[in-house]
Design a protein around this ligand. Structure first.
Ligand code: SME
Length: 159
């Protein structure tokens, strides 16, 4: 059975991480790292949580930013490649319930069963993505999506 998580409580925690981080002049990456830690700690089926940042020099490539979970070989992802690259190309959230059924997918670990990728926009322009992998099949529902899109909106002020 799916465990109930209090997304509004977790959102408030993330808001205070953001505000305190900005007040104490923490770096953007340090704040993003703290947010990854909270998301992974608080939500039991979030097994890999990370940010990919748009390489501003190239414009069409993502580069791995702060993350929590096993290390990944996918440090750079061209737009269009994998779930992350497709979400970047289309500038929209991708939810994949069963990654084994996805042909354009970049595997990080054989344990991963489902994935959500949420774009982060600054002034309407894609600047980053929040990427979450779960070892549970079909882990992400509408509630996760709405919650993570709010988190993505919140972090956009760091860019
Ligand atoms: N699975 C992603 C690659 C990034 S890892 O999940 C960390 C994809 O297909 O784009």
């Amino acid at each position: 059975m799916r465990l109930q998580h209090n997304f509004s409580e977790i959102y408030k925690t993330i808001e205070s991480i953001m505000h305190n981080g900005i007040r104490h002049k923490k770096s953007r990456d340090a704040i993003l790292q703290d947010i990854c830690v909270i998301l992974k700690d608080k939500i039991c089926y979030y097994d890999w949580v990370g940010f990919y940042l748009v390489d501003q020099a190239k414009g069409n490539e993502l580069v791995l930013g702060p993350y929590v979970g096993s290390s990944t070989e996918h440090v750079r992802i061209p737009f269009g490649h994998g779930i992350c690259g497709q979400a970047a190309e289309r500038s929209e959230t991708f939810v994949v319930s069963d990654v084994s059924k996805e042909s354009n997918y970049l595997a990080c670990s054989p344990n991963v069963k489902s994935e959500i990728v949420v774009p982060v926009f600054k002034d309407g322009k894609l600047v980053a993505e929040l990427d979450i992998d779960s070892n549970v099949l079909g882990a992400f529902n509408q509630e996760d999506r709405r919650f993570l899109e709010r988190v993505a909106d919140l972090v956009s002020q760091l860019f």
